[in-house]
Design a protein around this ligand. Sequence first.
Ligand code: URA
Length: 240
Amino acid sequence: MRRAIAQGRVTVDGATVVSAGAQVGPDRTVCIDGQDADYRPHDYLMLHKPAGVVSATEDPRLPTVVGLLPPRYRRRGLFPVGRLDRDTTGLLLLTNDGALAHALMAPGRHVDKVYEVLVEGLLTEADRAAFAAGLALRSGEIFAPAALSVVSSGALSLARLTLREGRHHQIKRMMAARGHEVRALKRISVAQLTLDETLPPGAWRRLSDEETALLRSSLPAPPQPGPPRDHSKRQQKTRI
Ligand code: URA
């Protein structure tokens, strides 16, 4: 690198570097001979999503999670893996690896997601049992079993809730069905990846290679195909 700098072949965000030794943050683009020196086919970031931003790449009215990233990542087509509500905070992954995002979020292949939820009213053993059994709404909608672990219970109660699914406003609707209004919701993990608590709301960092590998290794196996089909009848038909 020192030699390339001395030869004037290195730029940071388009400006030629004249002396070696400067610290360059991860949001800067370093090029050698015009090529990204840190090129990777895909980017994987964890964001501590703050309240008030939408889980989208663009929005006509509201700030987006992608808008919190430096232009470099916006140009590289990053998008959020799934959605958190505007007022939900916590771990949100952003990537431009469509295959991994799909594997994490495709219906029927959802991985565990852990939330910290603050609700109005006492959370009880009956709530825990109802979530564990799979909650049925009056509308007929049925949620898969979810693990509720109560941290403290009172006029406001705090709990950890582990979900496999990721339906629209799922926790708010589950809690409402049990008579509890959600006051605050924070996602703390997705699969085996936990929010880095050194990241303040609004901050992001790249996943380490180990974290990306962990994410891949925790993906559930794709749905199994059904039993092999007997094609003998179809073959007979074609022969006639
Ligand atoms: N459940 C909700 O109600 N909202 C979220 O943002 C995530 C899960």
